[in-house]
Design a binder for this molecule. Structure first.
Ligand code: GLC
Length: 438
């Protein structure tokens, strides 16, 4: 057995060498602080993603710089960035009222512009804009005051800095690729991460993105992730590390991220990787884009968003739902409306979502389930009949409508129970609570 464990550890460390870094292939053992933070993260189930930067001024999403502009021309937008209506208090309040338990803010996206007062470069919200306010600080302070966690998105790739070794994106921004200097860029990133983790209070997670920029290199690119992850854990022992690399988790990561798909689905093409035992998170847009896109007013309706959250919880995962704030500093009115409606629903049904476990059975055509101790919540989302077959292996002792407490008829059948509803439900989510015993 011991021998087997040793071999597995060796195999694991070799694997992590391929995926993460060849330089330090140790097996990562999460600390007690991390385990506690992982549990809290999972219990939270619902967060709001904010993609905000100078790209919001162009109104064409956060990838705009990749599609043609010269980085120097693009950077001139910074001197006109004055989000006069920005109010961190109002943002955080609207988000908190939606029932979300954390906010993940883009600190620096692929365009390389930093949304805080960084000493590592002048290309930042305080030094390069007439606005001159450290918006990350204002949001961090509000999160603390209003009791909601702050996570920070951080891009590994940079389309503006010449020292970033160019990957497969951002080829037309006019950077001098011959100036690539990994050591300089790596120091820059670690300097920035150190600021983020020492100047803004408790940070719940660092959410990396951009690893995939080098996923087609002939020689595997070494991002030196283990050392960077260790730096994060050293600076804030409870800060979770996640990386949106679209792979199975690497050593040193504390959560597994899925982009635009609930774990187990792969409609967007980023999620073929196996589902790990780490806490899971799915990020999804409210309309079709992450950063503000003036032409995209096609927002998912509240029913769709709530059902997405429920289905995500049914897979034992969190939903990180995105909003792209406007260049004037406001959250789009439609997004605010969605937040408010989700909040009303969460006030009533949050108990069936927060701190639950995912469904013990695969999603059914009618919906899914979540569980808390001996309470199994059957989420009936899209029923086709009044007879709902719930394939639970637990012993069912009773069934009632979650909202009213009214008894629900059921019969035991082989491999589960059959609920017999009085009428076809018309709710966004008709929840039946089963009292169960394993
Ligand atoms: C992708 C995109 C990026 C976005 C992220 C959010 O990786 O490159 O723009 O921030 O997804 O999931």
């Amino acid at each position: 057995m011991k021998k087997f464990l040793l071999i597995s550890a060796l195999a694991l460390s070799l694997l992590s060498g391929i995926n993460g870094s060849a330089s330090d292939a140790k097996v990562y053992i999460p600390s007690e602080e991390i385990k506690k933070a992982q549990k809290e993260f999972s219990d939270n189930r619902f967060g709001i993603f904010l993609h905000w930067g100078i790209y919001s001024m162009m109104g064409q999403g956060e990838w705009y710089l990749n599609y043609g502009p010269n980085a120097e021309e693009y950077a001139k937008a910074a001197s006109g960035f004055y989000p006069s209506k920005f109010n961190a208090h109002d943002w955080v309040k609207a988000i908190k009222d939606s029932g979300a338990k954390y906010i993940c803010l883009t600190s620096r996206h692929h365009d390389g512009f930093s949304m805080w007062d960084t000493d590592q470069s002048d290309y930042n919200i305080v030094d390069a804009t007439p606005f001159g306010r450290d918006i990350l600080k204002e949001i961090a302070d509000e999160c603390k005051a209003q009791g909601i966690k702050l996570h920070l998105y951080y891009s590994h790739l940079d389309w503006t800095r010449p020292d970033y070794p160019q990957g497969r994106t951002g080829h037309d921004t006019g950077r001098d690729a011959s100036k690539a200097d990994w050591d300089s860029y790596y120091n820059f990133m670690n300097g920035q991460l150190t600021e983020l983790l020492t100047r803004y209070g408790d940070i719940g997670a660092i959410w990396f993105d951009g690893w995939w920029d080098h996923d087609e290199d002939a020689t595997p690119f070494d991002w030196h992730l283990p050392e960077q992850y260790a730096l994060i854990h050293k600076l804030q022992p409870s800060c979770l590390v996640g990386n949106n690399h679209h792979q199975a988790p690497f050593e040193g990561e504390d959560i597994q991220i899925f982009e635009r798909d609930i774990p187990g689905q792969n409609t967007a093409g980023y999620s073929g990787q196996e589902i790990s035992r780490l806490p899971l998170e799915t990020c999804q847009t409210m309309n079709g884009m992450w950063g503000y896109k003036i032409m995209d007013q096609d927002y998912k309706d509240t029913t769709t968003l709530i059902r997405y959250l429920v289905n995500t919880a049914g897979m034992g995962a969190n939903l990180l739902l995105n909003i792209g704030p406007q260049p004037n500093g406001e959250l789009p009115a439609t997004a605010l409306e969605r937040l408010q409606e989700m909040g009303e629903w969460m006030k009533k049904y949050g108990e069936t979502i927060y701190a639950t476990e995912g469904s013990e059975f695969p999603a059914q055509s009618w919906g899914t389930s979540t569980r808390k101790g001996d309470r199994l919540f059957v989420h009936i989302l899209t029923p086709e009949s009044k007879h709902i077959f719930v394939p639970t292996t637990s012993t069912v002792k009773g069934a009632k409508e979650y909202a009213s407490g009214k008894k629900v008829k059921y019969t035991k059948v082989s491999d589960g129970v059959m609920l017999e509803l009085d009428q076809m439900p018309e709710e966004i989510d008709y929840v039946v609570e089963l009292q169960v015993k394993d």
